[in-house]
Design a binder for this molecule. Structure first.
Ligand SMILES: [Zn+2]
Length: 428
């Protein structure tokens, strides 16, 4: 049996990722001058096109204040990459004179594909047709050394990333028409910069309209992946790609769910919380935000009284997936059924997951909090790099979540044997 890798393997990721948030903040505040995401005007919004704007969902379409950089609000603000239909991902492999690519560039590419495209196909029920494209199939050499760009943990967009993106665009321009792509992946040679075990540099600049322009369009949504996220379990070949769907999640407008303390807010229930270790899916909330759920699959429990809902497993196509219990214009409870299937590989106590979404809490500050039905149990998983305590958070038949102050109860009732689950939601 594989022992748990030491926790320090994951901790640097957390710290680094906070740097990531800082980078985003600095990038946006420096370039846009407002500290806010620069709203896009063209390139189609993300999934929300599919969102219902009917009065039935209205009370559940929560939103955050204007100072929030990356919000859980529905619909997602404009400027991010489209998250439904065919999405073309320009994928460049870059290296430097002081970190020349080792082996073939396409071997670096193969660390992330086809797994990333498959991950999105599975998670989106086929609604996101992710097409990675490599018009340049060898290492793209940057004109400056890696050291000269000054890329380090939390590095701001100015001047390092701006210079690097400008140089990358210039180097690729003869062979690439940047207008043809929805997002850009930059797979940096793994020998540039520190090991991901020490410092995770991987970062995404999302919704940044002030980014350098290529072929007349800003490189507004770009993910940079460094080093290798080797979880120490010997399964890098199966799990190492997962940093890319996480980073691309930002490109589609999703915030980070981990906090400075790590994955204790949302556990392994979403790839925006934990992207090391065994595979996991996205929360139903995120699938709604991305436009992967039909309006009929999402229910808004805003009316007083008791209502019953029948949830089908989130990983499975079709059926009712998400019930939202709005608390006010900014927050709500979300209720969904999680089982061990699809991208959810580590679910050890299947059941009804209940979490609070706060659109007024920024990325990396804990915008989602999962409620633990088995507090202080230590959890049910032994999987490496999976937040253990919340692994058994889901509510089982007979268990009830209560918010006495607001007069809300969410009771998990019978199961019908088809893997569906009834919940009864009461509010005063
Ligand atoms: Zn992130």
């Amino acid at each position: 049996m594989q022992p748990q890798p030491p926790s320090r393997r994951i901790r640097p990721r957390r710290l680094a990722a906070i740097g990531t948030v800082t980078a985003l903040t600095l990038a946006l505040s420096t370039s846009a001058g407002t500290g806010r995401l620069a709203p896009g005007t063209s390139t189609a919004g993300p999934g929300p096109a599919a969102l219902s704007r009917s009065s039935a969902h209205g009370p559940c379409m929560i939103s955050g204040g204007s100072e929030i950089q990356m919000s859980e609000g529905v619909p997602t603000s404009a400027g991010y990459a489209r998250s439904t239909g065919t999405v073309r991902a320009l994928t460049l492999m870059i290296d430097f004179s002081d970190a020349p690519g080792e082996g073939k560039a396409l071997d670096r590419y193969a660390e992330f594909f086809p797994q990333t495209a498959k991950w999105f196909r599975t998670s989106s029920y086929g609604r996101l047709d992710y097409r990675p494209e490599t018009p340049i199939r060898s290492w793209l050499r940057m004109p400056k050394s890696f050291a000269e760009y000054g890329i380090e943990r939390g590095a701001p967009f100015e001047p390092g990333y701006r210079k690097m993106v400008q140089d990358m665009v210039a180097a690729a321009d003869a062979k690439v028409d940047f207008r043809e792509y929805d997002l850009v992946n930059v797979l940096v040679t793994p020998n540039a910069g520190p090991s991901a075990l020490d410092t995770v540099l991987s970062v995404t600049f999302a919704g940044n309209k002030e980014a350098p322009v290529a072929d007349g369009v800003p490189v507004a949504n770009a993910s940079f992946v460094y080093s290798r996220q080797d979880d120490g379990s010997g399964s890098y070949g199966e799990t190492g790609y997962r940093v890319l769907p996480h980073e691309n999640g930002h490109v589609f407008g999703l915030p980070d769910l981990y906090t400075q303390e790590g994955g204790g807010a949302a556990g392994h229930w979403d790839i925006m919380s934990e992207d090391w270790g065994a595979n996991n899916d996205l929360l139903g909330w995120h699938k709604w935000k991305l436009g992967w759920l039909d309006p009929s699959q999402v229910h808004c429990a805003s009316a007083p009284g008791a209502t019953e809902y029948t949830l089908t497993p989130l990983a499975r196509k079709g059926g009712d997936k998400l019930v939202v219990v709005p608390l006010d214009g900014r927050t709500g409870y979300a209720v969904e059924l999680r089982t061990r299937e699809g991208n959810d590989e580590t679910v050890c106590r299947p059941g009804v997951l209940i979490y609070r979404v706060d659109a007024d809490v920024d990325t990396g500050m804990g915008p989602v909090r999962v409620y633990d039905s088995q507090r202080d149990s230590g959890g049910c998983t032994r999987s490496a790099n999976v937040h253990a305590e919340l692994s058994d958070a889901a509510f089982r038949p007979g268990e009830t979540f209560k918010d006495p102050r607001r007069g809300i109860t969410i009771a998990v009732s019978a199961t019908d044997g088809n893997g569906e689950q009834q919940v009864r939601i009461t509010r005063r």
